[in-house]
Design a protein around this ligand. Structure first.
Ligand code: TYD
Length: 138
């Protein structure tokens, strides 16, 4: 898995003068079954979240309200996505280090995840992540 497997998914949007509507259908719009949904909210200015990797977890991250930046890193390349629309989801494949920064006030970050919370799936230490990415060669 590499950075090129991560992508912005343009979710369906039903525009309506009464308010817009977006929906997400498993298999049709995202490439994994959803087992868990969680969200970050009331994030204080300047706070940073994430700073970890996952061995197997797949996720879709959506800015439900407000904005934030997602920095993704596959151990070779890095990219930053500015999330500020609730009809775009960032698909994050396994073996990606991610950091979430620059939360606006009132930002809500919703995450759809392919599995239940499992601490053993996390890389909490960047050097452990890099060691596995590079197969012990660096
Ligand atoms: P963590 O994933 O480290 O947060 P972030 O990367 O967004 O900063 O999770 C923070 C804490 O919440 C950690 O103690 C684990 C717990 N947690 C759960 O119990 N269930 C969950 O689904 C998630 C995402 C976290």
């Amino acid at each position: 898995m590499a950075l090129s497997d991560c992508r912005l998914i343009d979710l369906p949007r039903i525009q309506d003068p009464r308010g817009n509507l977006t929906f997400i259908e498993v298999s049709r719009h995202i490439p994994f079954d959803v087992k868990r949904v969680y969200y970050l909210y009331d994030v204080p200015g300047g706070a940073e979240r994430g700073a970890h990797g996952h061995r197997e977890l797949q996720q879709l991250v959506v800015a439900m309200s407000g904005s934030f930046d997602i920095h993704i890193d596959d151990g070779r390349e890095k990219r930053v996505f500015h999330m500020n629309r609730s009809y775009f989801g960032l698909y994050i494949c396994p073996m990606i280090w991610r950091e979430l920064t620059n939360f606006s006030s009132g930002a809500v970050c919703m995450v759809l995840a392919s599995d239940y919370y499992k601490e053993s799936d996390y890389y909490r230490d960047y050097s452990d992540f890099m060691r596995d990415v590079h197969g012990g060669t660096r």
